[in-house]
Design a protein around this ligand. Sequence first.
Ligand code: PMP
Length: 431
Amino acid sequence: MTWHAKDNILGLRRSFLAPSLSISYKDPLHIVQGRGQYLYDGQGREYLDGVNNIQHVGHCHPAVVKAAQEQYEKLNTNTRYLDETIVKYAQELTSQLPSDLEICYFTNSGSESNDLALRLARHYTNSKETIVFGSAYHGHTEALIEISPYKFNGPGGNGAPDFVHTIPRPDPFRGRYRGPDSARGYLSELKKIIHQLKKNGQRIGAMVAEPVMGCGGQIILPKGFLKEAIERVRHAGGLYIADEVQIGFGRMGSHFWGIETEKVVPDIITIGKSMGNGHPLSAVITTRKIADRFHNGMEYFNSFGGNPVSCAVGRAVLEVIQGENLQKQALDVGNHLSNLLAKLKERHYLIGDVRGRGLFLGVELNRDLTTLEPAAAEAEQVINKMKEKGILLSTDGPDHNVIKIKPPLVFNKENAHFLSETLDHILTHIA
Ligand code: PMP
């Protein structure tokens, strides 16, 4: 492919695709192939992928491709016929979860999962009142934009509907309450919300929250906050929906799920993204009691959710995570990279914070360590320069000043060195 071809694609995008789709980087990439932790552009240039968490076990993993192809050649239907693949997959998935989470609904995107989770919770509690964390993102449907401060408080957003109650972003680094003991501050905000609801004669439907925040800026919650928040929500009659769409399946390194890192058990968990390694596959998993209550005569049917090909892909992904010991790799490589980045923080004034777990890391850039003014333009510059040097990353957080690192789990220590050395060089240059 020539550069002319790249311009052509851009032109066709402008003509035929929605203008609200975004493109990464000042000079957009035309990626034509992927393998493991590497992507290749139309000119054959290799890029180290530090950001595509969806391709969890590596781009185009042969075992996943094979599983999809073999199942496609045999059969692809829907859940109205008996099929071994879906039941085996449900069994394998739930065996990775706390025992109360035993009933699966299969869907085709994280948004679909969260939408369904809201339906389950609202039906169970007979309440629409929803508590969320500031800056959180839970998906793109109408119902999810309504519970995603990242969107409703962002450009084009219309603010929160009256049934959505937001706890300020529980960010121990730059949030309303700071430091290791900041849980108390955020719990007091939750207490105010619960109190107000009670005063209005309303009850909580659900609290929806990620155990480790993604779009909110790679945030590790203040110690003990989530556990106590869930207890308070339950005490007030609400359910906890854990959104693990971005963080599950071993990425945390120390644990398979984010909920385990916070020592919590949700009433409903939603999973997706990495689950299908790029194939549209996601799920809602809940307790029998909640699922039974939802079984009120209205059928749950999903044309594609739980189809044999998707389930075969999901099973292959689980097998690869185990077979290639990828959770351990996330732990080892993630800790190694985290240490390298912490060393960079000592030398570069722009780095305000390095945080995360396993291969889910964030480097927050600030112009001033006292005011913590976000260095968004600098972060954008770093990302573009890293790309020029052959490493793909992105920025996020409400101020777009957090560099996100969430590569396929096959990312290795050599890759970690290349990333940190290149970042070191670029930050020196910027300074
Ligand atoms: N929840 C979280 C935490 C997410 O990060 C995302 C996607 N960024 C979603 C839900 C929505 O998932 P999808 O894009 O698959 O609809």
